[in-house]
Write a protein of this length. Structure first.
Length: 96
């Protein structure tokens, strides 16, 4: 019985963490979109320095975005492995 209750607690924690993570990602994306719009409105594309700074900023954002996508994929894989382990533990006949 403790296995079922502890696995249920773990699943509830994962669900709450996933909900908070989704909320934070949506808020961050909204802020970033507003800032990007602001930059696009104020940048002077006829100035070579503005274009260079904008290009470098986009390269940085692109690299960070790829890293975040890779990290998200890794966390999802680890979470899936944890859920599989909890299911196997729940189904095992010798669970305590």
């Amino acid at each position: 019985m403790t296995t079922t209750s502890s696995s249920q607690v773990a699943l509830d924690r994962l669900d709450r963490a996933n909900s908070r993570f989704t909320l934070v990602i949506v808020a961050a994306a909204t802020i970033e979109a507003a800032l990007m719009l602001l930059v696009l409105l104020y940048i002077d594309f006829s100035d070579p320095l503005h274009r260079l700074v904008f290009l470098l900023a986009m390269l940085t954002y692109f690299t960070l975005a790829l890293g975040l996508i890779a990290l998200g994929a890794h966390v999802s894989r680890v979470q899936e492995r944890l859920l599989t382990a909890l299911e196997l533990l729940r189904e095992s006949p010798t669970s305590r």
